[in-house]
Design a protein around this ligand. Structure first.
Ligand SMILES: Nc1ncnc2c1ncn2[C@@H]1O[C@H](COP(=O)(O)OP(=O)(O)OP(=O)(O)O)[C@@H](O)[C@H]1O
Ligand SMILES: [Mg+2]
Length: 707
């Protein structure tokens, strides 16, 4: 009997789902059911007894997509999907390393450094090595290291032809030693280390190759060269790799994605069948016509034609705003109208080319009382206070974590000065110890009584929370460390207190969902939570369960779909991005990005642009994007705004400062006020400094003067 989940497929989809065990490429346009086919194939393999859940390795592009895939599979089959290896490249690599930390040379409780932690670690290294950080800026060092790792190269394998590269290479090497000593790994390291582990350890490789008989990869067009090699390692000689992708949606070339992987894949895996899916089930006719017409401007496509059986639907609405604020106002009005028609906010997406554009939109939504959620913007787990709290938790899991220790050894302030910290660092370096060990050995000299107090605090936290639930641990730590009291004492930091409280909720929610069976290799709940915080930063946000508008960059929208989609900021230099304008390949990548954006919409699509826009503290004048001209006129309908609010007045920050004004700061130099919040003694302004970048400053203390 045919299982119900197969009956809704079209013939090509059916053929793809039920292919015999061989490698195959499903090459198909947006919304044609690639992800659905991949998920259904997993269900079919298991349902027909060809594979058990343990035989399957599936790679998705985001954690969100992985979760969704597991939910779908569970809906099709009465099986327990826990323990199935479905995840992102990084998530899967992490899982492998957790299971075999000893073989990989890692402590059981290794912690993951996100980009910010990594930068902090590099700054520390430069200081310890007395490297001139003007000549070798920490960000450059970080880029050098990650770039090498993403190509699968260790320091010794990096070619260095000039003096500067030799210094970078040495720093890379020293950075690696530092990470090893501290038992931490950065993102790129997850992939590289797991790759090396399997390459070197023959029995382990044989084990996994025998296990993962079926490997499935979504969004294959955006795998990097090294990720591809990583897959080959798991596949070995015999395993079947089922790859689905769309060359028209390749949007990560700038980060090393390698479209040539498709050609290599056909050869390396002796693929006999390329299956094309041509029916689009997602979008109504006008939207699909617009996408097809736009992407036709790219050369060298593999060639696919998408059609839909759906009605043409509504025309695509185009709004020409005079300012970015007016554009935001337009979005607010349209969203309100959609909501009044009964469309859930979660079915509406607001897309933009770069993160910085979200601020004006957020401001308008906030003022209008429309709940929204930002994916990949200011991330909950990246906020300062949350990172402080996580640092304490990390020390509770593993006191040898130097990054965590440095973050909070004197926060809240306990009288440990920079000199004392330097002494501890020097002692640690000399004796080859972690900072924690060095701090423990220090007697309580008069000038630094804070150090033994800190050691006692961490030891007490570890001891006292031993039997507690995760949420209780977090709560106890927030009180005992003094973090809560610290932020409580500052009225203007009320949102930070809320974030800390939110962390307790996050821990409770995590604990409720966590299930040791599905993550058998996690040493304990606390480490699992910290890993989750590092890996999923940005994909979690706002009050869970609340209906909210979805804000994200076009990159982050990949694979998703919504009833209504707004694409904002369609101006030359913004989208297409100015970095791409003079380069043919770059422009084509921007066009693919626009194609991804358009094809997220099911029923309604809104395109908008503004004549002037404040971005990075500068007023920009933008011509309408060429992409608007590449969509056939008859599909577009210009719209106006019914009730324009009075001309937006720049918000006033108090003390005579206003948004848009140029100011001077004693330390940071010249900048422009780009945002403000709070009133009176609590007033804060965000200034974009020419040299120092974006900073929030309290007006009361900052000593700003007009430029
Ligand atoms: N045979 C079908 N019948 C009805 N709906 C379908 C069918 N195939 C796919 N769909 C629906 O069409 C939509 C798009 O499918 P899916 O997300 O799998 O496409 P995709 O090719 O992965 O798109 P993208 O390239 O954007 O990732 C989904 O809502 C899916 O459930
Ligand atoms: Mg998909």
């Amino acid at each position: 009997m045919t299982p119900a989940f197969l009956t809704h497929l079209n013939p090509e989809q059916f053929a793809a789902v039920t292919l015999p065990r061989e490698s195959a490429l499903i090459l198909a346009g947006a919304g044609s059911g690639k992800t659905r086919v991949l998920t259904t194939r997993i269900a079919w393999l298991i349902q027909t007894g060809q594979a058990s859940p343990a035989h399957v390795l599936a790679v998705t592009f985001t954690n969100k997509a992985a979760k969704e895939m597991l939910t779908r599979i569970a809906a099709m089959l009465p099986i327990n999907t826990r323990g199935m290896w479905v995840g992102t490249f990084h998530g899967l690599a992490n899982r492998l390393l957790r299971a075999h930390h000893r073989e990989a040379g890692l402590p059981q409780l290794f912690q993951i450094l996100d980009a910010q932690d990594q930068l902090a670690a590099i700054k520390r290294l430069l200081k310890a090595q007395q490297v001139d950080d003007e000549k070798y800026p920490p960000k450059q060092v970080q880029y050098f290291i990650n770039d090498a790792k993403e190509q699968g190269l260790r320091a010794t394998q990096v070619e260095a032809l000039d003096e500067a590269s030799r210094v970078y290479r040495e720093l890379y090497q020293a950075y690696e030693q530092q990470c090893q000593r501290e038992g931490v790994v950065d993102f790129a390291e997850l992939l590289l280390l797991s790759y090396e582990l399997l390459t070197r350890n023959e029995p382990l490789r044989a084990h996994y190759q025998a296990r993962f008989r079926y490997i499935l990869v979504d969004e294959f067009q955006d795998t990097s060269r090294f990720q591809y090699e990583w897959l080959r390692l798991f596949a070995g000689q015999d395993n079947a790799v089922f790859a689905v992708g769309d060359d028209d949606q390749s949007i990560y070339a700038f980060r090393g994605a390698h479209a040539g992987n498709m050609q290599d894949f056909l050869r390396d895996f002796r693929v006999r069948r390329i299956i094309k899916l041509e029916q689009n089930y997602r979008s109504q006719g006008n939207i699909l016509d617009a996408a097809n017409a736009l992407i036709a401007h790219n050369a060298g496509r593999l060639g696919k034609n998408l059609w839909t059986a759906q009605q043409p639907g509504a025309p695509i609405r185009v709004f020409a705003a005079s300012t970015d604020q007016e554009e935001a106002q337009f979005v607010v009005e349209q969203v309100r109208a959609l909501r009044d028609e009964g469309l859930p906010l979660a079915e509406i997406a607001l897309l933009y080319r770069s993160n910085a554009q979200s601020r004006v939109l957020e401001h308008a939504l906030f003022s209008a009382g429309l709940p929204y959620r930002v994916y990949g913007g200011l991330r909950f787990f990246e906020r300062q206070e949350v990172k402080h709290a996580l640092a304490y938790l990390r020390l509770m899991a593993n006191p040898e974590d130097d990054n965590a220790l440095l973050r909070v050894i004197n926060f809240p302030a306990r009288g440990i000065g920079a000199r004392t910290i330097e002494q501890i660092q020097a002692a640690a370096r000399m004796q080859g110890l972690s900072l924690w060990a060095a701090a423990c050995r220090r007697g309580g000299t008069d000038s630094a009584r804070g150090v033994p107090a800190f050691v006692l605090l961490i030891e007490a936290l570890r001891r006292e929370t031993a039997g507690m639930s995760l949420a209780e641990k977090v709560e106890h730590m927030l009180h005992a460390s003094g973090l809560l009291a610290h932020y409580h004492a500052r009225r203007s930091e009320a949102d930070r207190v809320e974030n800390l409280e939110e962390l307790i909720h996050a821990a409770a929610a995590f604990e409720a969902e966590f299930d040791g069976e599905s993550e058998p290799d996690m040493p304990d709940l606390l480490t699992a939570f910290l890993t989750h915080a590092a890996l999923e930063a940005g994909e979690h946000q706002a009050a869970a369960g609340q209906d909210a508008l979805q804000l994200m960059t076009v990159h982050a929208a990949k694979g998703l779909e919504f009833d209504a989609v707004f694409i904002t900021g369609l101006e030359e230099g913004l989208f297409p991005h100015e970095n791409s304008l003079f380069e043919h390949a770059g422009l084509e990548e921007e066009r693919r990005l626009m194609y991804v954006a358009i094809t997220r919409a099911r029923r309604l699509l809104y395109l908008s642009h503004a004549e002037t826009r404040m971005l990075h503290g500068q007023l920009r004048y933008g011509l309408p994007s060429r992409f608007l001209d590449e969509i056939p006129r008859h599909l577009l309908q210009p719209v106006g705004v019914a009730t324009l609010p009075p001309a937006p007045v720049a918000p006033v920050a108090g003390r005579g400062f206003r948004v848009g004004q140029s100011v001077v700061h004693a330390k940071f130099g010249v900048g422009v006020i780009v945002d403000c919040e709070g009133r009176g003694a609590d007033a804060r302004v965000q200034v974009n400094f020419r040299e120092a970048g974006l900073k929030w400053l309290a007006l009361e203390y900052a000593k700003l003067s007009p430029a």
